[in-house]
Write a protein that binds this ligand. Structure first.
Ligand SMILES: [Zn+2]
Length: 317
């Protein structure tokens, strides 16, 4: 699993103090700070059948420096107490992931000021209550582990085996790291890595969240504050489009009813309304178009009109 966790705390060295003070408004002394280690993620294939490559973990490590840690995904400024000040990618000796590759972890060092407000959290971290960590990030590339094609443009299904090899997405080229959160309940299904894709299918990034949601399994979906914001924006623009579609539909139904009043005056409008309401957009457009043509035939071109008149005359003779 890719869920991170908090490791044992350790004292602050002078080198770390220098690193930390790059992020603080004033100089802190070692006594004023609580410093701990966090495993953010690793190169294990996760429950979504996705895996960060060691190169992606390196890049994520750079992106996570300076990022605040939240409690239980509450993005309130007052709760953004811990901050990552350094990261490292470590190969764990003698351990392999499920693919038989050397097991690699992205670890971070984080600090929080030893204030009265933070004391409860420090106690929870030290006692092991807050031991899970979930992270949110955006990745540009997803590569099929079997054939190397990107973004699922192949016939392989993630989670299936091909010639004994598991199919999963290799996540490459991280674009952004948003946040990391302490998760109070250990081993919670929702804990883990929240990934967003800003890759080649990107339409300015905004339609990505719905795409990501559609491709996710229903359990264990965790959204970052940024994803929720994008989702809200996207739902807003979809609502506008839907409103436009609804108006067009109403207009088409009215048009058919008007035409029908000429063509079939005996059919009540309510009956037409009822039968038209079950048609999909394309069917309704066809009916509207056909009934308009039938009720209001286009004027004939002059030449054709002359011929018709001549024929009619012959007929009458
Ligand atoms: Zn493939």
């Amino acid at each position: 699993m890719k869920e991170g966790f908090i490791q044992k705390s350790a004292g602050v060295g002078s080198e770390e103090l220098t690193q930390i003070n790059r992020f603080t408004r004033r100089e802190f002394t070692a006594d004023e700070l609580y410093v701990f280690s966090v495993v953010l993620c690793d190169n294990e294939v996760d429950r979504d059948f996705e895996q960060f490559t060691p190169q992606a973990l390196e890049k994520l490590g750079e992106l996570f420096i300076g990022k605040p840690g939240l409690f239980d995904h509450e993005p309130k400024a007052t709760l953004q107490t811990a901050r990552i000040f350094s990261t490292a990618v470590k190969t764990v000796e003698g351990k392999q992931n499920t693919c038989g590759e050397p097991y690699v972890q992205l670890t971070a060092r984080a600090y929080l000021p030893r204030t009265q407000e933070n004391q409860a959290l420090i106690t929870e971290i030290e006692s092991g209550i807050k031991k899970e960590v979930s992270v949110g990030c955006a990745v540009k590339k997803r590569v099929c582990s079997i054939c190397g094609k990107e973004d699922g443009r192949c016939r392989h299904t993630r989670g299936e085996h091909y010639a004994g090899k598991l199919c999963y997405f290799k996540l490459e080229d991280p674009a952004d790291a948003y946040e990391w959160s302490f998760v109070a309940v250990p081993a919670q299904r929702a804990a883990g890595v929240t990934k967003q894709f800003a890759g080649k299918t990107g339409n300015g990034g905004e339609s990505m969240t719905l795409e990501t949601l559609k491709s996710m399994k229903p359990d264990g979906i965790t959204l970052t504050a940024q994803e929720v914001e994008r989702l809200q924006k996207e739902i807003g623009s979809l609502e506008e489009l839907a409103e436009g579609g609804r108006k067009l539909r109403e207009e088409q139904i009215r048009s058919v009813i008007r035409s029908a009043a000429v063509l079939y005056p005996g059919i009540p409008a309510a009956v037409l309304q009822k039968s038209l309401s079950v048609l999909n957009a394309e069917e309704l457009a066809q009916v509207a178009d056909a009934s308009r043509r039938a009720a209001h035939p286009a004027p004939q071109p002059q030449l054709a009109a002359a011929e018709k008149t001549a024929q009619n005359k012959e007929f009458f003779i």
